[in-house]
Design a protein around this ligand. Structure first.
Ligand code: NDP
Ligand code: HSE
Length: 439
């Protein structure tokens, strides 16, 4: 049986998970693929760091260049993370014509086109299934299973850490900081975890999915991104009373031209979103991720599974290793290119152009005439209010006022909110959360 040799750089949460999964099921993979897969070297920063699973000491080195420069290594797995040394490692491996497998969505999001160009130049492939949604084979599904489709909409709960935090805050009333600490202990969070909670990790992931779905590389600077720091228990409670759950959603949705002067584009964004409890995504909890993919031919589909953690992510890394091994078995012919720029004139629509529904919580002085002033500002902006709730039982200088707002462009909503925030009767910054009805 032909043998393919692996080198891995990084033996932390995911790296040790990959080694453990290979020890467990490497023989099964060989039987299925007709190729023996063998680990040859694993580079880490320090030998004695604690690891979730042990790695055979005789395979370890602290010099990553040994992995790249070993002529017997065919496939290099990069599991270091970040956009600094990891980029040097990936480019060095490709320059040696070695196929690279990475889980590094930050690196792809920031330097994707450069890395794909380097791969094309070298003739080696670059695989990245584990970069989005942990163990869910979403990249393979978009590129291969759904190759005959256009994608009117993709909605994803793509960050395990945020979903874990929001789920536990909702279910247990747990404190944000405590739950984040747990997510870090469980190996879900990035270093630093701000990447997760400020929405950047989800931005990297939805950018990768949008790029594959729409055939132009989504520049991450253009992806409107909000994290979950400002999601409060009080908004979770009001949302629940209205029949919604708050999730951090990555959205890649075709958007129509809003006027004869504007152009069509793709909404690519990340923000906390009110989801109707009746929608399947509302019941995705804990570290689980889900991707709701609407194809123009296939219709609505749903992918669900663990979005982070050593074992789920290892499963995705090894699926890339299997594809890379099959390429090598077939004489190095690349069956599926990492990214194909097939769209001309593709464009990310600016957030101001996007039409959404909104949940709005204001803290207002409880006196006559306040609501009419707010309603007048919305009316002048041609924004419709669909319902108003002033929950009873609140006392003090200000009371909550909840408004559900009909479809309106983000620009109009932003301007109206700026005016409302300046009303003397409105205390504190208004809280606005967009609402998605998946139409
Ligand atoms: P860890 O921090 O757990 O592991 C990083 C590894 O890289 C460690 O083994 C570290 O060595 C090694 N390393 C760092 N610098 C060097 C260097 N200069 N030379 C050699 N080795 C080095 O990170 P994760 O395993 O959590 O994440 C790895 C990648 O996978 C990241 O890109 C992340 O975004 C991605 N990812 C993570 C998921 C998760 O659930 N954790 C899920 C999906 C993707 P040492 O052990 O000695 O410190
Ligand atoms: N920090 C990431 C998450 C890891 O929580 O989703 C998986 O990509």
């Amino acid at each position: 049986m032909q043998q393919v040799n692996l080198g891995m750089i990084g033996g932390g949460t995911v790296g040790s998970g990959v080694f453990h999964a290979w020890q467990k099921n490497g023989g099964l993979m060989a039987a299925r693929l007709g190729v023996k897969i063998q680990f040859r070297k694993i580079a880490v920063k320090a030998f004695d760091e604690p690891r979730p699973y042990p790695i055979a000491r005789n395979l370890m080195t602290t010099d990553w260049q040994e992995v790249i420069n070993d002529p017997q290594i065919h496939i290099v797995i990069e599991l270091v993370g970040g956009t600094g040394i990891a980029k040097t490692m990936v480019l060095a491996a490709l320059a040696q014509r070695k196929t690279v497998v990475t889980a590094n969505k930050a690196l792809l999001s920031t330097h994707g086109p450069e890395l794909f160009a380097a791969a094309a130049k070298s003739g080696a492939n670059l695989y990245f299934e584990a970069s989005v949604c942990g163990g869910i084979p979403i990249i393979k599904s978009l590129r291969e299973g759904f190759v005959a489709n256009q994608f009117p909409a993709i909605y994803g709960i793509v960050n395990g850490t945020c979903n874990y935090i929001l789920s536990r805050m909702k279910a247990e009333g747990a404190d944000f900081a405590d739950v984040l600490a747990d997510a870090q202990k469980l190996g879900y969070a990035e270093t630093p975890p701000d990447l997760d909670i400020d929405g950047h990790d989800a931005q990297h992931k939805i950018g990768i999915l949008a790029s594959l779905a729409h055939g132009f590389w989504a520049d991450h600077h253009q992806i409107h991104t909000e994290g979950i720091r400002d999601v409060s228990k009080i908004d979770m409670e009001f949302a629940a009373k209205l029949g919604y759950t708050i999730k951090l959603l990555g959205i890649a949705k075709q958007s129509k031209a809003q006027s004869p002067k504007s152009k069509a584009g793709v909404q690519v964004s990340v923000y906390p979103t009110l989801i109707p409890n009746t929608h399947v995504l509302a019941s995705v909890n804990g570290v689980f991720n889900a991707c709701f993919v609407r194809g123009d031919i296939v219709g609505d589909t749903l992918f669900y599974g663990r979005g982070a953690g050593k074992d789920a992510t290892a499963s995705a890394v090894l699926s890339d290793v299997a594809d890379a091994a099959l390429d090598l078995k077939n004489g190095g012919k690349i069956r599926v290119a990492p990214f194909v720029a097939c769209a001309k004139g593709g464009r990310i629509a600016p957030m101001d152009e996007i039409v959404s529904r909104y949940y709005l919580r204001l803290s207002v002085v409880d006196k006559p005439g306040v609501l009419s002033k707010i309603a007048a500002i919305f009316a002048a902006a041609k924004i419709g209010i669909s319902s108003v709730i002033q929950p009873e039982g609140h006392e003090g200088e200000s009371v909550p006022l909840i408004l559900m707002i009909h479809d309106a462009p983000n620009a109009a909503m932003r301007k109206a909110l700026a005016k409302i925030a300046k009303l003397p009767a409105v205390k504190n910054k208004p809280v606005m959360i967009r609402v998605e009805n998946f139409e």
